[in-house]
Design a protein around this ligand. Structure first.
Ligand code: NDP
Length: 310
């Protein structure tokens, strides 16, 4: 079997993975990056990014990821398309196998596989993705200033999104499938006391309506099966995220939601030499800039780890 030996293997290619690649390539670790199913990560699903420092006029998510990727390439990162489908973290060097059957052994591993927003699964939702449909209010809310929008979901994220959007938009309809909110009591109270948020209890989203200009309404059904259309320009889906940790569940400590647990102010996991950064270990902030920041930390942690071992 032909096994490739690497000092640093990075799995994932969002802002965390690419930033880790910049730092580890500059530290001469010659990182190999496997980009995974969605090169560039969640940011390539959004439109403009206006809250990443350094882009005063905003930047498209795709263009920004391309820039960070190019920056990593400039320092010699070996960025490959393809998936890691299996890992063995029982001892160092760690073993990873790609979907093409290639085997690598890695002295350090940086996990940056991100999280995936859950969507409703409607064809019309997919059709208007980035044209009115979003799973990130903090990223895209600004584009809906003074407009009417829908937020789907009844958890803390949905409440947080609804409150954030209520500060920007004229009206926020919160579409909740049960007659209770799952969110914490404090969040519920804030939502219910906000005058421009209307909770539509026991409603489900049946279809996203729109035309060439994007979304112009959402068709809802209530518990009795009655239909109702709300005229809105945006639909924010906030029904949860799932961290992409399937590959690591037998090896790394995960929290009750499935996120990788890291130690203190570091990216160290419970396995020496394995580091985790970005949304895969962050259920709280989930921003491009925080993901990039933790990618930097993982790069530095991996470099220092190898230095201490040498
Ligand atoms: P949750 O899983 O807590 O909530 C998901 C919500 O979406 C629920 O109301 C659920 O309804 C609803 N939902 C799920 N699937 C569908 C569907 N197909 N159609 C319609 N509605 C659906 O996810 P969150 O992202 O809100 O929160 C994840 C975790 O992160 C939680 O532990 C939360 O407390 C935490 N968090 C904390 C924050 C804070 O403390 N500031 C901020 C954000 C998140 P149902 O209730 O009927 O299942």
């Amino acid at each position: 079997m032909n096994v490739e030996h690497v000092k640093c293997l990075i799995i994932g290619s969002g802002p965390a993975g690419y930033t880790a690649a910049i730092y580890t390539s500059r530290a001469n670790l010659h990182p190999v990056v496997y980009e995974g199913l969605a090169p560039g990560g969640q940011l390539t699903m959004t439109t403009d990014v206006e809250n990443f420092p350094g882009y005063p006029d905003g930047v498209s998510g795709t263009a920004m990821m391309e820039s960070i990727r190019n920056q990593a390439l400039r320092f010699g990162a070996d960025i490959r398309s393809g998936l890691i489908v299996q890992v063995d973290l029982s001892k160092r060097p760690f073993i990873a196998t790609t979907d093409g059957g290639h085997t690598l052994e890695a002295e350090t591993l940086i996990v940056a596989t991100g999280a995936t927003a859950k969507y409703l699964g409607l064809a019309s939702e997919a059709a208007y993705m980035g044209q009115g449909v979003s799973a990130c209010a903090t990223c895209d809310g600004f584009f809906y200033r003074k407009q009417d929008v829908v937020v789907v979901g009844g958890g803390d994220t949905a409440c947080e999104d609804a409150l954030y959007l209520a500060g920007l938009c004229r009206k926020v309809y919160m579409v909740v499938r049960r007659n209770v909110l799952r969110a914490s009591k404090a969040m519920q109270k804030r939502v219910l006391e906000t005058p421009n948020i209307e909770v539509l209890w026991e409603h489900q989203t049946k279809e996203v309506l729109g035309d060439d200009n994007g979304v112009n309404g959402v068709l809802l059904t209530n518990a009795k099966g009655e239909e109702r259309t709300v005229a809105v320009t945006g639909l924010f889906v906030a029904i949860g995220h799932h961290p992409n940790t399937e590959l690591f569940k037998n090896w790394l400590t995960l929290d009750e939601q499935g996120y990788i647990v890291t130690e203190g102010k570091s990216t160290a996991t419970g396995v020496e030499g394995v580091f985790a950064c970005g949304d895969v270990q962050d259920p709280v902030y989930r921003q491009a800039v925080t993901a990039a920041g933790s990618g930097c930390m993982a790069g530095i942690d991996a470099e220092r780890f190898l230095l201490a071992k040498s």
